[in-house]
Design a protein around this ligand. Structure first.
Ligand code: ACO
Length: 421
């Protein structure tokens, strides 16, 4: 096979090498395009642009395949814990028993946060969105740990990773407790990472709390399914910010902001808000289906469609089963969830959605599970962020260790030509 691609421009021929990924996905290497031809490429939304070479996650949108470091997402979701997956993503292999033990113990040891964080938290109004607070508190970690991001020191870098994994769920749970006016919880040393997450969210000062197996298993799956998704908007943001050699913590804080948007991680919140809107409007799903198809109406069916999965979202398949289990076990009778089921069925049979390959994505079902578990809507994207954290860390680490250059796209200028005042 020809390993070069010819480009003919103004009668002159240029050759560009083809580069193949380990799953035989070909790409044109255009690193020298501008230097050779004076041309740049225009690709809004980067739909055709590879921003980096990466060994972390393989995703085939046509076939609905998602693998972390070679392991399929259903294998991981069914057979590992979130913290094993975090180790896998960040360090490249699943941990052996002693490595896992050390990793978990280190995370436990670093779980306390400086009490001054409570002063920062106090200064936010109760109405503040938890994602905004989480982003601010994550940024503040740099002020409390100024020397923890030196990537040339293996020990320091490991410590920065542990600090983040340990303190992030604590801060995340605090955003929820703040919103609800509840006392802040710390993790319990004897519990696992996922158990602790539930503990910090739900534990009341005047009642014992023990998370049910269904709750922990559903949370574990949700976190694993969200743990990485190659170069999506928030991950690209983390890599881009980190490419200026900004530290790990502020880079992650930027990722949180990117994740917040309703077209990305904010979709799980938007799904429930949309379902509530439909319910309050009388529950006519057909009316909203028509709105979603009307090009003059900005309404979109939240939780449907995906930038890369044009067949099905493999995460949605796994999480749909978990959602059914949770709803069954909790015996929940919620009109909003009934509307979700109707909408799902109607969209799967509607030619508009079928022709455009718009299927329910992971956020459609994750919103449903979180609602059934009694997690407030504003917290959904925070839960997503907790899951995505190891992916962000792994991608940031890879970007720095690969010594990637600062991210700096070009543009096609379409404004005024030179004019005088
Ligand atoms: N409802 C109605 N129509 C839709 C929807 C939707 N949810 N999604 C896409 N379409 C239509 C578009 O109008 C377009 O129609 P056209 O070809 O007639 O113009 C066609 O499907 C293709 O849509 P694009 O916007 O080009 O698809 P893109 O890949 O750019 O966008 C996205 C993907 C942003 C996810 C989009 O499907 C969407 O907005 N979905 C709802 C929000 C959502 O659920 N986001 C979560 C994504 S998953 C995640 O971040 C973990």
């Amino acid at each position: 096979m020809e390993d070069k691609v010819d480009l003919i421009y103004r009668g002159k021929s240029y050759k560009f090498p083809l580069i193949n990924g380990s799953e035989d996905e070909p790409a044109i290497d255009i690193k020298t395009l501008r230097a050779q031809t004076g041309l740049i490429t225009l690709d809004p939304g980067y739909k055709n642009t590879g921003s980096c070479e990466s060994e972390i996650t393989f995703l085939d949108g046509e076939e609905g395949i998602l693998r972390y470091r070679g392991y399929s997402i259903d294998d991981l979701a069914n057979n590992t814990s979130f913290i094993e997956v975090a180790y896998l993503l960040i360090f490249g292999d699943l941990p052996k028993l002693d490595q896992l033990q050390k990793f978990e113990d280190d995370i436990r040891d670093y779980a306390l946060v400086d009490e001054d964080f409570k002063i920062i938290l106090k200064s936010f109004p109760k109405s503040a969105h938890p994602m905004g607070i989480l982003s601010s508190l994550t940024s503040a970690l740099i002020a409390f740990n100024p020397s923890s991001v030196d990537i040339n020191s293996e020990k320091d870098f490991y410590e920065a990773i542990i600090i983040l994994l340990a303190k992030f769920p604590v801060l995340a749970s605090w955003t929820h407790r703040k919103m609800k006016g509840l006392p802040l919880n710390y993790p319990n040393y004897d519990l696992s990472y996922t158990d602790n997450l539930a503990y910090m969210i739900y534990k009341m000062p005047n009642k014992d709390f023990r998370a049910s197996t269904t709750l922990v298993s559903a949370l574990n799956k949700l976190l694993i399914l969200h743990a990485d998704h190659e170069q999506n908007c928030s991950t690209s943001t983390v890599r881009m910010v980190g490419s200026s050699h900004a530290g790990l913590f502020p880079s992650i804080a930027s990722g949180i902001s990117a994740l917040w948007g309703p077209l990305h991680g904010g979709a799980n919140q938007a799904v429930i808000e949309m379902l509530e809107e439909i319910k309050n409007d009388g529950g006519d799903t057909k009316k909203f289906m028509a709105k979603a198809k009307d090009k003059n109406d900005p309404f979109r069916l939240m939780g449907f469609g995906h930038r890369v999965y044009k067949n099905f979202d493999p995460r949605a398949k796994i999480i749909k089963t978990a959602a059914d289990e949770v709803l069954d076990e909790l015996g929940i009778n919620d009109p909003v969830l009934e509307i979700a089921k109707k909408l799902e069925q109607e969209a799967l049979e509607d030619p508009y959605f079928v022709d455009r390959k718009l299927y329910p994505n992971v956020d459609f079902y994750s919103g449903i599970i979180y609602r059934a578990l009694g997690i407030p809507t504003e917290m959904f994207t925070v839960m997503f962020a907790i899951g995505r954290l190891p992916g962000w860390i792994a991608q940031w680490k890879e970007m720095r260790f690969n010594k990637e250059p600062i991210g700096r796209p070009r543009q096609i200028y379409t404004g005024h030509k030179h004019r005088k005042v």
